[in-house]
Design a protein around this ligand. Structure first.
Ligand code: G4P
Length: 532
């Protein structure tokens, strides 16, 4: 299989891979920190604030925004660059309008996550949602507390909040010395130095710490109140804080916390260096048969975690994103699609090099390849070479939060409507429900973009114009069919059934759900959030 790579080359190439996603609430600074990383990776030459995102009314990715602003070509979903001896793959997890099930599924394809938090805001709702998905996977999570150049919350509060809201231990790798206008630097516990904030530094950026963890009293910083306060906090952390524990970090039970300011590129390099040295390379993936597929296996394997419809009307193709789990991917290889047993020749793939979208020649375990897809792939598909079947577990389904009723615009075109609907649902692009008695179609998604993509693809791929009537944001709760009495349903708790025929209510809000619980105290409702 591996013609051009020797076993040793393959092993070395795999060991260099670091594949991760950045999770955050919109505006916490994900784009800005990514830009800084691209800068370190030599992918872009200048960085600055990415403006105007909020005015863009449709689904462009942040990367595409960077592309527009900087005049560089980066792909919309995966960024790859070399830095400090590592081949870094950053997978985009879009926020804003782009949020969809893909966002969650992308987290199935990474080996670590970086959580960016705005120090003025702390843990925000979208961070929490994404965090929970990552936490279930038990992979390492690294935290960057951003926007130190602005006044934010007490650092000790921010660490405590990680434990209170996310139930993860925080270990401060470094600590702010002041904030906002009073920002002097960071106290770097790991590297035993103080990193001075850019505007304060005249030539020297670092002050080494003495053995007792303080700086020379002759240094002017030693007199500053911010420094004294930081020392006080450090004493507290040393005595009463969590102990650094690599084993816990590896399992996602402890998160190393870094402080900085992405916008002024302060603390980002310290973070990146430390993160890349601690983050794991590709690890083994278990199949449904319980086999562990080792990344350095001679045979190629991978799974499709996302299918992106090309929104450009001139290109009707779709891209199936494959996380390579073992071996090497080479252009033109024949793979078996586990779901159907069919052999496919993969001639048409794209690699996510950051300076241009090149035709991929070779990617190894840890990398992502984009396959131009004409309808062969479904989300969660496993592909492999070699004789032994490789079938990875199904990817989790995520409970939708937004719902619409959907009907064909032209009733004469029922056939193409049903065909498109069936295929797109099968592919995993959207969730389908039927109302209990009237059998109306209801679609569920985690983000508005999913509906837009669905509508677009119905029109362009199936020639079916669809009408969507928003039902809005609802909470889905499954009910035991034995306990169901259809008269329990109302407009505030719409009764529908899922694809498997299981009944569920779509509650208008928490209030409606509580009301239901009060009225039917014996009825058990479950939030199906399958992670198995
Ligand atoms: P996102 O991708 O997570 O949504 O965030 P993004 O990087 O676009 O950053 C959101 C805003 O926060 C941007 O401001 C950006 O410049 C700013 N920002 C990011 N990192 C820092 C930081 O370290 N310090 C400060 N002070 N600001 C930071 P913007 O686009 O100008 O919008 P606005 O929020 O100022 O209106």
């Amino acid at each position: 299989m591996i013609d051009t790579l020797t076993k040793k080359d393959l092993d070395q190439a795999i060991a260099k891979r670091r594949t991760f996603a950045i999770i955050s609430h919109p505006d916490a600074g994900k784009t800005t920190i990514t830009e800084q990383m691209l800068l370190f990776g030599g992918v872009i030459r200048s960085a600055g604030t990415v403006k105007g995102k909020k005015s863009g009314q449709y689904a462009t990715s942040d990367w595409m925004e960077i592309e527009k602003k900087r005049g560089i070509s980066v792909t919309s979903s995966v960024m790859q660059f070399d830095y400090a001896g590592k081949r870094v793959n950053i997978l985009d997890t879009p926020g804003h309008e782009d949020f969809s099930e893909d966002t969650y599924r992308t987290l199935m394809a990474v080996d670590a996550a970086v959580m960016v938090i705005d120090t003025a805001k702390g843990v925000e709702p979208q961070t929490k949602k994404l965090f929970q998905v990552v936490k279930k996977r038990g992979i390492p999570i690294f935290t960057f507390m951003n926007k130190l150049d602005r006044d934010g919350r007490e650092p000790l509060d921010l660490i405590a909040e990680l434990e209170d809201l996310l139930h993860i231990e925080g270990y401060a790798m470094d600590w702010p010395i002041g904030m906002g206008k009073g920002l002097k630097g960071i106290y770097d516990r790991q590297n035993k130095r103080i990193e001075l904030y850019r505007s304060e530094a005249k030539g020297e950026n670092f002050i080494p710490l003495n053995a007792d963890g303080t700086i020379d009293p002759s240094n002017p910083l030693a007199e500053e109140g911010e420094y004294q306060d930081a020392l006080g906090d450090i004493d507290l952390l040393n005595e009463a804080g969590n102990k650094f524990d690599l084993a816990k970090i590896a399992k996602g039970e402890q998160t190393p916390v870094f402080f900085g300011s992405a916008l002024t590129n302060f603390g980002v390099k310290t973070f990146l260096d430390s993160f890349l040295s601690m983050a794991p390379g590709p690890s083994a993936h278990e199949t449904v048969d319980g086999d562990k597929i080792q990344p350095d296996s001679d045979d190629f394997s991978g799974f499709v975690f996302k299918i992106q419809a090309n929104m450009n009307p001139n290109h009707r193709d779709r891209i199936a994103f494959v996380r390579v789990t073992s071996g090497a991917f080479e252009k033109g290889i024949d793979v078996t699609l586990a779901r159907t047993g069919k052999t496919l020749r993969l001639n048409n793939a794209t690699e996510f090099m950051s300076d241009e979208r090149e035709q991929v020649s070779q990617a190894v375990a840890g990398d992502i390849v984009g396959l131009y897809d004409t309808g062969n792939f479904a989300i969660g598909d496993s592909i492999y070479t070699g004789k032994t079947k490789v079938q990875f577990p199904k990817l989790p389904q995520f409970t939708p939060e937004l719902f619409v009723r959907v009907t064909p615009k032209n009733v004469m075109k029922q056939k193409s409507f049903h065909k498109g609907m069936k295929q797109l649902v099968q592919e995993g692009a959207i969730q389908l429900y039927r109302t209990y008695n009237t059998e109306d179609y209801v679609l569920g998604a985690v983000g508005q973009l999913q509906f837009e993509v669905f509508q677009y693809r119905m029109l362009h791929e199936y020639n079916s114009e669809v009408e969507m009537t928003p039902i809005g944001s609802r909470t889905a709760r499954w009910i035991d069919p034995e306990q169901l009495d259809p008269s329990m349903a109302s407009s505030r708790n719409l009764l529908v059934k899922d694809l498997a025929g299981n009944p569920l209510f779509l509650f208008e809000n928490r209030f409606a759900e509580n009301w239901f619980h009060d009225k039917y105290p014996d009825v058990k409702l479950t939030a199906k959030f399958e992670m198995d």
